[in-house]
Ligand binder design. Structure first.
Ligand code: REY
Length: 427
């Protein structure tokens, strides 16, 4: 595994390389095409409008390069390391174009790279009005919420109010049927607590409609899980389960005496000035300008279901946060730079269990090992109508958020992962 650390040379190299890149929006509005052809089309823009965009972006990039060259003090300090390839915005545009061709009404991506921002969009935020999707739109981030919940709990560990290796039942007496399940087991998905949402959404549309407006207590969700046998002995295996982060939400509320909404706001949203980030449960609306989310039915050819309005009560502290690409880039940048936790707690978070050949899970944090040898750290989200990838380099210097406004579409999910390659591997 190679972890990306960008030194001064890396920054200047990235700026120079990016002069060759096509600007973020160049491909928006071009016809659908297979990925390779789309990449070529994006790299050789044909229309006058797009050509103009290329020129102005090159001017901006040149100006940025001059600025970087003139003010080397702004470059991050750190150990010299292999330069991270410049983001490939043409590749990113091709990924989003493929995602839309595969059935997502729209898709967006934003990269924040040492103060430079790249934005790419494709398709629509709203199928009725036809409004184009914008990187400024808010959306449901699903399980990216799990990193927020983990940060709150690890801050409580830093404050000596919680012990990672203590049994959950010490804080929530009698909640779990096994005193050996620890807080660390929850946050690393090694508790063995069955994921109640597997049964809930066995039928995607009817399962969703049955809970769209429902309000669950955390304890009701835990009870659903406990109806089923545990998937493994405590600590014995990784088994992803929303139940773990529902219990985490209960812990936050028990230890702080406040709803998770307050903990997110006071500990993360306010300090980082995340103006697009909300926890509105049990309200069903996304505040302000947002992209609508469309659930793909299980039956091929059936129309997409507008899933925007829902309580997300089935997920709560496991998946109900609303945010934006900018806010998620800021959040993971700050987290990975060590601005939210002590070094020891960040190290706890970054102690990984292997999931498969390219993925590992720490505490509320995924690691993805990319084809170029770079590893990135963040989370994925899948809530009805929205797929999200939010990841950053180990040093937090470059972050990417990519989102498609559909779900239950494996092709879209897998293709959208290509945004990581474009953002961090330059391809
Ligand atoms: C919930 C079902 C998936 C999504 C889930 N999401 O656990 C958590 C996450 C919060 O990882 C739904 N899938 C879909 C189905 C499958 O209905 N039959 O894709 O919209 O973000």
């Amino acid at each position: 595994m190679v972890s990306a650390t960008v030194g001064r040379a890396g920054v200047l190299g990235a700026v120079a390389l990016s002069l060759l890149a096509v600007p973020a929006r160049a491909a928006t509005g071009t016809p659908d095409a297979p990925a390779t052809a789309a990449r070529q089309a994006a790299a050789t823009p044909a229309t006058v409008g797009r050509q103009a965009a290329v020129t102005s972006a090159r001017q901006a990039a040149t100006a940025a390069a001059r600025l970087a060259a003139a003010t080397p003090a702004t470059a991050p300090r750190g150990p010299a390391a292999a330069a991270l390839p410049a983001p490939d915005t043409a590749g990113l545009a091709a990924v989003l174009r493929s995602v839309v061709a595969q059935g997502a009404p729209g898709a967006l991506a934003r990269i924040d790279d040492h103060g430079r921002t790249y934005r790419v969009t494709r398709g629509v935020a709203d199928r009725v009005t036809g409004r184009a999707i914008s990187t400024g739109d808010r959306f449901r981030i699903g399980s990216v919420t799990k990193t927020f919940t983990t940060v709150v709990l690890l801050q409580l560990v830093d404050e000596h109010r919680l012990a990672l290796d203590a049994p959950v039942n010490r804080y929530l007496p009698g909640l779990l049927p096994d005193d050996r399940i620890t807080v660390r087991h929850l946050l690393s998905h090694r508790s063995g607590l069955y994921d109640y949402s597997d049964d809930m959404f066995a039928a995607s549309v009817s399962g969703f409609e049955a809970v769209r407006k429902k309000v669950f207590t955390y304890r009701q969700l835990v009870a659903l899980s406990l109806k089923k046998p545990r998937t493994n002995a405590p600590g014995a295996a990784y088994s992803y389960s929303n139940t773990n982060f529902v219990v985490a939400g209960l812990l936050v509320e028990k230890l702080t005496g406040q709803p998770v909404r307050t903990a997110y706001r006071n500990r993360i949203v306010k300090p980082l000035k995340l103006t697009d980030t909300f926890y509105v449960h049990p309200d069903t609306a996304i505040p302000g300008r947002h992209t609508r989310g469309y659930l793909t039915p299980d039956r091929a050819g059936a129309p997409l279901v507008d899933a925007t309005a829902q309580t997300v009560s089935w997920a709560q502290s496991a998946g109900a946060v609303i945010s934006s690409a900018r806010d998620l880039d800021v959040f993971y940048g700050a987290l990975l730079k060590g601005r939210l936790l002590s070094a020891a707690r960040l190290a706890d978070m970054e102690r990984f269990t292997k999931v498969n050949s390219t993925t590992a899970y720490g505490l509320g944090l995924r690691r993805r090992d990319l084809s170029c040898g770079v590893s990135v750290y963040g989370h994925t989200g899948a809530v009805q109508g929205y797929y999200t990838y939010a990841f950053g380099t180990k040093d937090g210097g470059r972050t990417l958020t990519a989102m498609a406004n559909t779900s239950n579409n494996a092709k879209v999910l897998n293709t959208l992962a290509g945004a990581l390659e474009s953002a961090f591997c330059g391809k």
